[in-house]
Design a protein around this ligand. Structure first.
Ligand code: G3P
Ligand code: MG
Length: 247
């Protein structure tokens, strides 16, 4: 099993869902805000439209975060392109579009943000989504550090691995199962992501012994983040990127 080399560009703080809680989630406005606040890395969620295009969105349905309705996977690009993904957060963000992975990649590369693409497959589309997103990532970040691509779905990660063999992968769990190391190694994943609330000493030590960086979500208290870093956690995802600066 190959572990991340020294110098692998893994920043300690990732803006969660683009710009954390300070901007509409999974939008270009969030990415730009993260960069303005000095963040070096962002995490965002990606799902396929009915046309097979990767878009930044967390839920399988449009209602919570956009002006649209219905299922993302059953909605065409033409419809997604005209949705408002900002007004629900605050009128100041009205008109903020739902971004494609392609537009987000352009902004991140321009701003020098390192990226964790979390693949959110619609149910039943796990393998297809892993395959398509991996190929897009390879193309969109050609000639640059590839993003870390993660998912809760092992089927998705396996398809991404098959499509792009050298893609850096991360396995996401809420609470890692007892056999997480076997699963991580089967995917040749480089990182293990889990809810900070599920972290215990046994997991910390097992990850350290295995040489696998541990990334925890979602951490908004700087004291908690500092304690996690002291305990060996490599990075955290945060909604309060105004409180958690790179230090
Ligand atoms: O990838 C870490 C974190 O984003 C997982 O939770 O639901 O915010 O995508 P969620
Ligand atoms: Mg996520």
């Amino acid at each position: 099993m190959i572990r991340p080399p020294l110098g692998w560009p893994l920043p300690r703080i990732f803006a969660h869902r683009g710009g954390g809680a300070l901007a509409p989630e999974n939008t270009l406005a969030g990415l730009r805000l993260a960069a303005r606040l000095g963040l070096r890395a962002v995490e965002f969620d990606v799902m396929l439209s009915a046309d097979g295009t990767p878009w930044l969105i967390h839920d399988e349905t449009l209602e919570r975060t956009t002006s649209g309705c219905g299922r993302v996977g059953e909605t065409s690009d033409a419809v997604l392109r005209v949705l408002d993904a900002g007004a629900g957060q605050h009128p100041a963000f009205a008109g903020e579009p739902l971004p494609t992975l392609e537009s987000a990649a352009g902004v991140c590369r321009q701003l020098g943000l390192w990226v964790n693409v979390e693949i959110k497959p619609a149910s039943g589309c796990e393998a297809l989504t892993g395959d398509v997103v991996a190929r897009h990532v390879r193309r969109l970040w050609a000639g640059d550090d590839l993003p870390l691509v993660s998912s809760f779905s092992e089927t998705t990660l396996a398809a991404a691995r098959a499509a792009v063999p050298d893609l850096p992968l991360g396995s996401v769990y809420e609470r890692p199962p007892a056999d997480w190391l076997t699963r991580v190694d089967a995917l040749a994943a480089l990182t293990l992501h889990c809810a900070a609330s599920s972290l215990d000493d046994e997991l910390r030590w097992a990850a350290r012994r295995a040489g696998i960086p541990l990334l925890c979500y979602t951490v908004d208290d700087p004291h908690r983040a500092a304690a996690l870093f002291r305990s060996g956690v490599a990075a955290v995802f945060s909604d309060r990127i105004d409180r958690l600066g790179e230090s």
